[in-house]
Ligand binder design. Sequence first.
Ligand code: NOJ
Length: 738
Amino acid sequence: MKRYLPLALILGISLSASAQDKKIEKKIDSVLKLMTLDEKIGQLNQYTGDRDATGPITNNPNKLKDIRDGKLGSMLNVRGAKETREVQEVAMQSRMKIPLIFGLDVIHGYRVTFPIPLAEAASWDLAEIENGARVAARETAASGVHWTFAPMVDIARDPRWGRVMEGAGEDTYLGSKIAFARVKGFQGKGLGNLDAVMACAKHFAAYGAAIAGRDYNAVDMSEHTLWETYLPPFKAAVDAGAATFMNSFNTLNGIPATGSRYLQRDILKGQWKYQGFVVSDWGSIGEMIAHGYAKDKEQAAELAIKAGSDMDMESRSYLPGLAKLVADKKVPIALIDDAVRRVLRKKFELGLFDDPYRFSDVARQEKEINSAENRKASLTMAEKSIVLLKNEKEILPLSKNLKKIAVIGPLGKSEKDMQGFWSIAWEKDNLISLYQGLKNKVGNQTELLYAKGCELADSSKAGFAEAVAVAKQADVVVMAVGEAFDMSGEAKSRANIHIPGVQEDLIKAIQATGKPVVVLVMAGRPLIFNWTADNVSAIMYTWWLGSEAGNAMANVLYGNYNPSGKLPMTFPRDEGQIPLYYNYLSTGRPAKNDKDTRYRSAYLDMPNSPKFAFGYGLSYTTFDYTDLAVSKTQIKPDEKITVSFTLKNTGKYAGEEVVQLYLQDKFASVVRPVKELKDFQKVMLKAGESKTITFTIDKEKLSFYNQQLKWGAEAGDFKLMIGTASNNIKLEKDFTLL
Ligand code: NOJ
């Protein structure tokens, strides 16, 4: 395969059609003509502000002087209407007066925090996810920030990797839909509107497949897996109009992604005709030296700019490296011009040349930040993100007549941990703990008891006795266990993903009191808690839910919201099973069940199956799937099958079900997964209500990358499966593509 496109071709695709675009291209021409080489390189240079550093700062030059000298195009970690205005004023003192772009990691909300992205993905509610990004964009833009480094669209199949919290989980289809929704949410009606921020699809590419789940580690994968599993969410981000991309720290098959022409020039800017710009990850250009790919910063700069990395975040390689490289004729000026064009284009689209301060408006900031409307959106998203894993003996929803509820566990009164890892602009006044949420809910008729029981991650059981004594006084015990906010996130890989410390021992001690126990697991990744899963009657996975965490949990505990979340990632029984995901390839010796191990692709000491499967999640009500009907069982390539069935709410409560359509290509020129999610719908039904649900299957849904990496469908037999979880299929039918 050809690894990259000729330069002329890449540069030749920069012009796009609309009149507005043409006007902007003309303006860029006129600005470019006036710029010196140093000023051009300055546009490709990005420093962090001194507050909220989100990576290692290697040196601390005189940043303001560099801005004044026209040596900076963008800053990250400068936020606030007043602060951004002050820094922008310095840029206006430079010769060319080119405004700076301010970027920030707004990953799950700004001042009002939202559930972590993995939690939001559990909602399978695309409209609500888009709205969450919309709210975050409004607050961010009102704080003078033009650009969020989100969404992270990396597919992740390894829960040891701490950054699973930041993505949409393991599935390419769901991940692509969510990538699209998030980009749309951030960018709203388009750049230039005062409530829109630039999105940044990251980390390009395959960062989520770090070997052994260790952050920043190498990635080694087939082209096939890259194209079929890891790239589609990025393509979805392009289709949604993502203004920028960020490359990644990892090597991909031996080449650092930051220095990969194949990824950035051939695929992104070539095949996908991408017009936005690519920012490096923090220091990743310079890190090519540590990779052993570049001998010094100058060579790193050469490799990165040639590969298509347009902006250097914090590695101080483009400045001063590029000027010498151009002088030595190692880097053509056309490459610099193309990168600068891409950056200037966004500055024009944002309207910054018309008014560099247009986002830095203190009055608007005050009105927008932490508004009741924004908090309401966060609450709704949080309710929808909760996954009910178990509910036996009808413990949930809680009765309104309980006299005493005990909140027990190290996260019962925690506020900061509810914010999750990426919550930069939160403030103490906007956090609701579980305890506080229950207090708001129960009023005076129910007494709320509390005991911490133990710390999150140490070995002391000194608090157990008090916790048991408190539990004994209560009608119901609600336990809050899981991870601290900094146990999942960037550089937060863990080899042991069991519930940390002695928390599961605390659950055992409380369960031994015989009181009804509800366990809430609050975490940034799938954790392992087999004893709890097997012995406790009611379990909810609440992840980290953001500002309104406690209110959302209380609403779900009391049934004011009927849980509807479904797991976007497989929960293993043991770390030894990882990577474990539902859409694995068929093997020649499949095990028929968990006991079938003889000369089978199986473990002798453990089932193959997960503890909780992808797509799994319960409701307080129940749903029946009946009356499957298909319009055809044989189709030609240009035909479609309409699949319909009846979904009935057979329980006592109104509720939402996420109905999932999986397909299997039974034999093909490339071995196919045992099943793949290809569509879903989130359906609301009143108690007793039925609805006919319809899916359409067309050639696109049957397509895959063949041995030549060509996308298309092959004639043959397929199976369609409709279910409530990847391991709980209710209806199925075979059909043939002619
Ligand atoms: C490094 C992270 O990998 C990236 O996702 C983030 O946007 C940058 N740091 C900036 O904070």
